[in-house]
Design a protein around this ligand. Sequence first.
Ligand code: K1U
Ligand code: ZN
Length: 172
Amino acid sequence: MALLPILCYPDPKLHKVAKPVQAVDARVHQLVSDMLETMYEAKGIGLAATQVDVHERLIVIDVSEDRQQPLVLINPALVWTSPETHLNEEGCLSVPGIYDGVQRFDAIKVTALDGAGKSRTLEADGMLAVCIQHEMDHLLGKVFVEYLSPLKRNRIKTKMLKAQREERDDKD
Ligand code: K1U
Ligand code: ZN
C-alpha cells in the first residue's frame, strides 16, 4: 500500500479527460488499494484517479459513518438522472479549505465494474449520489469550482497559488 500525492487546483493535469480502464488486473487492484488508503488518510469521502495523476476512469468512495464500506467504480456511466436537482455544499481534496454550493441531481443510476471487474448497476441518492457526480466530473477533467462564478473561481485560484507558494517557501 502507498499514499499517493493529490494534485492541487489549479494544476492543469486536473483538466485531463480520463480514458477507460482496459483490464481490471493486478495493476488496477494496486491502484484501487493505494487510492483507498490515500482517501482515508486525507479524510475524504471520495477520490478520482485523475486527482492522483492517473488518467483512467476509476473512482473510490466511502460515505459510510464507520468508514468501512468502500465502493469502487471502474468505467462508471450515468444511465439515469432524476428530474429533481438540489444545491449541495461540496468540498474537494484538490481544493483544500474551499466549500461551496453546486447543483446536482437528487438521484442517479450508474453502471460500472466493481473492484473485481464484475459489472454492477447502482442506484444512489443523498450524499452518495452527490459524491458520485463530483467524482465523475473529475474523470471529465472538471473541478467543482468550475460551477462557481468567474469572480469566485479567480479568487480561489489566487488563494490556492498563494498557499502553494508559501508551502514551497517554507520547505526551502
Ligand atoms: O473528490 C474529492 O476531492 C473528494 C471530496 C468528495 C466530495 C465531498 C463533498 C461533496 C462532494 C464530493 C471530499 O471528500 S472533500 C472532504 C470531505 O470529506 C467533505 C467535504 C464536504 C462535505 C462532506 C465531506
Ligand atoms: Zn474533488
